[in-house]
Ligand binder design. Structure first.
Ligand code: FAD
Ligand code: NAD
Length: 467
């Protein structure tokens, strides 16, 4: 068997692993990256990018349906719109192909050797790679000084309703061959609401079943209100505090909080009840690493409990977000190259691509209070923002949270159409240690949704101008 010797060996070519590879290559570290499926990982192939493409296509189609159904005050009229789903999926696949091809090219440009196949850990310095069946390649053994684990995560399966047949995960939902007539979505979290809304806009009857008492339970109640109203307007049925009991034929059996059972007809059942770190099936147990629940435990430099074995991305648990995974990957490459780095972000933003979008960075008022901080908060509604009126999207608001004593900004939250793009400004202001006055005195372009950011800061200081 061929043996490859290298300084850095990365298992997994998702956002965590491929970014670590690119940076390591730039820093001149001899690096091998092993990927069993496709470069780009969950995010580029079956996650962030294809889901946002499908959501965009559904939004565009819903717009044409809206203009076809009623006389628009904008004077737009559309006749008999239709969608060719095969073309939509091919367009989405084209974007995925461009991006994953780009990742391969970037790794190659930085001199990273990519080995295709499934890695199996033998010990903290040795890994064996089985090539894909029929690839004609031989197994290889790779020995390294530093082993970087970036195997990502898998969708959680409900034991009484395993994936297969009509029961699907987000992966199958992202490559539909037809629009299901009736879809039941289990879980009103990120995936359930992003994709559930998209399928409703494509024409499915959608029922969302959520175990908790409200949708998006990770976010505060005020933030999710505009999303709940929009689901109602779109005709998505939401059943809260409801447990799924299993499939009976083509029906999903559910039970609500008062014990009443019901059957929901479904052609497809999208189960989106969370993701779990990919810790099994590839010899990780041989390393006997300290764990943090189901995730690999890491310190503030992403070191595991074993010397020169590192872990990054979804494998290390929440928040399971691509930009966190990339930031960890970039940092570990720099530490291995001898730079002094720690993973201490002041905030990791999160965006939920619902309709309307939600964005959060840093602390909410509740989180500041729970941390014992004397904080002030203020919000500014999009109903008072000119740009929001011109795009017919006045639902939602921007909210800022700051320390009462020195006005240091602790957090931002926003809900509204297009607010995902406010994430950069929110996170920069927190990372740079801005005070309310800094944002309030920054000239914001007019007319933009960003003016609501400035107005929220002004309002927290007691002198908003446009309300
Ligand atoms: P992954 O992307 O899962 O990559 C791990 C890679 O390791 C995989 O390619 C896998 O094949 C490979 N691998 C595993 N084991 C082995 C082995 N033994 N040998 C060889 N290769 C191996 N995040 C956001 O920030 N924004 C979003 O909008 C967003 N949308 C999402 C939508 C959906 C539908 C889903 C499912 C996820 C979404 N996420 C989003 C989450 C995001 O995809 C993950 O946080 C991110 O992909 C984690 O990166 P990672 O590199 O840790 O793992
Ligand atoms: P999630 O944690 O966001 O939501 C899961 C939901 O399912 C929760 O509301 C939970 O209360 C509910 N639930 C759990 N068990 C249930 C049951 N038996 N019956 C009914 N409801 C149940 O998980 P997800 O939507 O599967 O997404 C997984 C992860 O992927 C996210 O946590 C996130 O890290 C990532 N993701 C991010 C984005 C984004 O950043 N825009 C988009 C999609 C996915």
């Amino acid at each position: 068997m061929e043996t490859i010797n290298t300084t850095l060996l990365i298992i997994g070519g998702g956002p965590a692993g491929y970014v670590a590879g690119i940076r390591a290559g730039q820093l001149g570290i001899p690096t091998v990256l092993v990927e069993g499926a496709q470069p780009g990982g969950t995010c580029l192939n079956i996650g962030c990018i294809p889901s946002k493409a499908l959501i965009h296509a559904a939004d565009e189609y819903a717009k044409t349906m809206h203009y076809a159904a009623q006389t628009s005050p904008l004077g737009i009229k559309v006749d008999a719109p239709s969608i060719d789903l095969e073309k939509t999926v091919a367009w989405k696949d084209g974007i995925v192909k461009r991006l994953t091809g780009g990742v391969g090219a970037l790794l190659k440009k930085q001199g990273v050797r990519v080995v295709r196949g499934w890695a199996r850990v033998l010990d903290g310095k040795t890994v064996e790679v089985q090539p894909h069946e029929g690839s004609g390649q031989e197994p290889v053994r790779i020995r390294c000084e530093h082993l970087l684990l970036a195997s990502g995560s898998h969708a959680v399966e409900l034991p009484f309703m395993p994936f297969g047949g009509p029961v699907i995960s987000s992966t199958e939902a992202l490559s539909p061959s037809e629009v299901p007539r009736r879809m039941v979505v289990v879980g009103a979290g990120y995936i359930g609401l992003e994709l559930g809304t998209a399928f409703r806009k494509l024409g499915s009857q959608v029922t969302v079943v959520e175990a908790a008492e409200r949708i998006l339970p990770a976010y505060d109640a005020d933030l999710v209100k505009p999303v709940a109203s929009s689901l109602e307007r779109l005709g998505v049925e939401v059943r809260l505090a409801t447990s799924v009991l299993g499939m009976e034929g083509e029906r999903v059996k559910v039970r609500d909080a008062s014990g009443v059972e019901a059957y929901l007809e479904a052609d497809r059942v999208l189960v989106a009840v969370g993701r779990k770190p990919a810790t099994t099936g590839w010899g990780l147990e041989h390393l006997m690493l300290d764990m943090n629940g189901r995730a690999v435990k890491v310190d503030e430099q992403c070191r595991t409990s074993m010397r020169n074995v590192w872990a990054i991305g979804d494998l290390t648990g929440e928040p399971m977000l691509a930009h966190r995974a990339m930031a960890q990957g970039e940092m570990v490459a720099e530490i291995i190259a001898g730079k002094r780095r720690w993973f201490h972000p002041a905030a990791i933003p999160a965006v939920c691509y619902t309709d309307p979008e939600i964005v959060v960075a840093g602390m909410s008022p509740g989180e500041a209070a729970a941390a014992g901080i004397d904080a002030i908060s203020a919000s500014f509604p999009f109903s008072a923002n000119g740009r929001a009126m011109t795009i017919e999207s006045t639902d939602g608001f921007v909210r800022v949270v700051a320390r009462k004593d020195n006005h240091l900004i602790l957090g931002w939250q926003a809900v509204g159409v297009g607010v995902a793009e406010l994430a950069a400004g929110f996170t920069q202001s927190i990372e740079l240690g801005a005070q309310l006055e800094d944002v309030a005195r920054t000239i914001h372009a007019h007319p933009t949704l960003g003016e609501a950011v400035q107005e929220a800061a002004l309002r927290a200081l007691g002198h908003a101008l446009h309300i």
